[in-house]
Design a protein around this ligand. Structure first.
Ligand code: FMN
Length: 135
């Protein structure tokens, strides 16, 4: 099974999850600026929300790489919303890309809210989640 990891992170929270996934499954961690070079059976795709929703670069990545994406497994951080699943699912559906029902989400620090998140437990949990997906 070919596994790839891509993420967008404005303030570094989602990057922490991406790095933990990379260590757990032994795959290279790249931002959405790096296109897929080969087909990914599983694409761990990290995102967050910034007032108007998921960053445009994440949507563009899905549009530009749709032929090479098997299934998206989403992971996200946010201050308030419970996940970016709905936004990712919508853009994926518009491009004929499948999204797994399994996803990982945790709180991400924002100003005075959720200081220290993702924390060590979040990083351990996301690593376990990723290993489970790949086994
Ligand atoms: C400009 C901006 C707008 C944000 N708007 C929202 C929002 O509408 N809803 C929410 O739940 N979190 C919001 N947040 C909080 C982020 O989703 C949260 O801090 C997240 O962990 C950021 O991920 P990142 O560090 O990977 O960029 C916002 C953060 C920023 C910087």
């Amino acid at each position: 099974m070919n596994v790839a990891i891509r993420y967008y992170s404005k303030t570094g929270n989602t990057k922490k999850l991406a790095d933990s996934i990379g260590q757990a499954v032994g795959a290279q961690v790249e931002t959405v600026e790096t296109p897929l070079s080969e087909k990914a059976d599983v694409l761990f795709l990290g995102s967050s929300v910034y007032a108007a929703g998921v960053d445009e670069s994440v949507k563009e990545f899905i549009r530009n790489n749709k032929e090479k994406i098997g299934t998206i497994v989403g992971f996200s951080t946010a201050a308030l919303i419970p996940s970016t699943y709905k936004q990712i699912k919508k853009i994926a559906a518009e491009n004929g890309v499948e999204v797994s029902n399994e996803e990982f989400h945790c709180r991400g620090s924002f100003g005075l809210m959720h200081k220290g998140r993702p924390n060590a437990k979040d990083l351990k949990d996301v690593a376990e989640f990723a290993k489970k997906i790949c086994n």
